[in-house]
Design a protein around this ligand. Structure first.
Ligand code: FO1
Length: 349
């Protein structure tokens, strides 16, 4: 029985996990998957607690996602949000569909009655049955805000605005100088999060946004240390293929933190567990095979495989590669460095 823990953001992470679950169902029926989900995109809107990444993972794995959007529900209507806009309230550029609103209403009802975000998430998942355990990264609210580098509508340069306003209203098109995790100082990992990393056989960093999704989770106290301490293998999957973000505007986020938009740069950004990083292995797309030697020289086992998640079977094949690499590293953690070149993890001198 394999215990797999995944640190996920929204659309890319959710789609990967769907393929992972299909792969595990065919090779290891007794396996258990825990998803530690980014809550940095969360916000209060119209009096409701909105949790974009928790809902995207829950809907995607529960069969309730709008496939063409990658978020929200299919066959949606916007009657309620139009009425809210008629009052001049809400975010007219952020769609809260009528069906989706029910999730926010039920979650907010639970929170207002004293439930933690973890408990509220567990309650919602009873309906959706995602086939994995969903844990928010923290039960405290830690919201990602961006500091504008330029004026934007009613906002002035150097002002902090919520990540979702930057992401959705401005399509990450306004220059920003930094990401700020508001509430981080008072946040701890949610119950079960650290344990899910320490007791896993395999921890996966899926192709979610490495800055505002995975990066946000890694900033929660104790999570990075748990990744460096776990006996599990930590395998990441590049969210950048041939120099461009697979989805979303991850390139805008990487530029903001001074990381090049490449599979190599993101792998080195996460770093090797032999150094001060979190990775044992890093999957890059075949078009980025040239990155393998530099990654291996940095102590990160690297393989080049097709990484386009074109459909669930293709995604299951990517998950199979992550499982294979993990098993290989577990079986032969420090392959001797071959006489001519690298044949495994660089053995410590
Ligand atoms: N993304 C958009 O591009 N436009 C929207 O109007 C929008 C609304 C929305 C409502 C609920 C929800 O859970 C997600 C929503 N998203 C929307 C997606 C969201 O911005 C992303 O899922 C993540 O926050 C970034 O990956």
């Amino acid at each position: 029985m394999t215990r797999v823990t995944v640190l996920a953001g929204g659309v890319g992470g959710a789609r990967f996990i769907r393929g992972l679950l299909q792969q595990l169902a065919s090779v290891d029926a007794g396996s258990e998957v825990t998803v530690i989900v980014n809550t940095g995109d969360d916000m209060w809107l119209d009096g409701l607690r909105i949790c974009p990444d928790l809902d995207t993972v829950m809907y995607t794995l529960g069969g309730g996602i709008s496939e063409e959007q990658g978020w929200g529900r299919p066959d949606e209507s916007r009657r309620t949000s139009s009425e809210i806009a008629a009052y001049g309230r809400g975010w007219s550029w952020f769609t809260l569909g009528d069906l989706d609103l029910a999730t926010h209403i039920v979650r907010t009802d639970l929170l207002r009655n004293g439930a933690t975000l973890s408990a509220a998430t567990e309650f919602l998942c009873r309906r959706w049955q995602p086939g994995a355990r969903l844990l928010p990264m923290s039960d405290q609210f830690v919201e990602t805000h961006v500091r504008l580098a330029e004026d934007a509508d009613e906002h002035r340069a150097s002002e902090l605005i919520h990540f979702e306003e930057w992401w959705v209203r401005y399509r990450a098109g306004k220059a920003v100088t930094e990401f700020v995790q508001v509430g981080l100082a008072d946040a701890v990992a949610a119950p079960g999060v650290i344990e899910a990393i320490l007791t896993a056989d395999l921890v996966i960093l899926p192709p979610s946004n490495p800055v505002v999704s995975v990066g946000t989770i890694l900033a929660i106290p104790g999570i990075r240390d748990a990744l460096r301490a776990t006996t599990a293998r930590v395998v990441g999957i590049a969210p950048i293929i041939a120099g461009s973000a697979v989805r979303g505007m991850a390139d805008a986020c990487l530029t903001t933190i001074g990381v090049e938009t490449s599979a190599l740069a993101v792998g080195l950004h996460y770093g090797s567990r032999q150094g001060d990083g979190v990775l044992d292995a890093w999957l890059v797309d075949e078009t980025d095979a040239a990155a393998v030697p530099a990654l291996e020289a940095a102590g990160i086992r690297a393989v080049a495989v097709p990484l386009w998640m074109t459909d669930v079977p293709a995604t299951a094949r990517i998950a199979a590669e992550a499982l294979r690499i993990s098993a290989e590293l577990t079986a032969a953690p420090d392959l001797p460095v071959a006489e001519f070149g690298y044949s495994g993890r660089a053995s410590t001198p």
